[in-house]
Design a protein around this ligand. Structure first.
Ligand SMILES: [Zn+2]
Length: 50
């Protein structure tokens, strides 16, 4: 899954290993494994890119 931060416009992508990956302003982060995907941050700060 890819998420774009609405604040700094960074695009971050989960690595499927559970690493918490943050955008450069640290408003949003993604933690993705093959079992679950967790988005950290406020809903309005990030949007999923399909
Ligand atoms: Zn950001």
């Amino acid at each position: 899954m890819k998420i774009r931060c609405m604040k700094c416009r960074d695009i971050i992508q989960g690595d499927k290993k559970g690493t918490s990956i943050r955008c450069s302003c640290e408003k949003v982060a993604i933690d993705e494994t093959k079992y679950y995907t967790r988005i950290i941050g406020n809903d309005e700060d990030g949007e999923e890119i399909k």
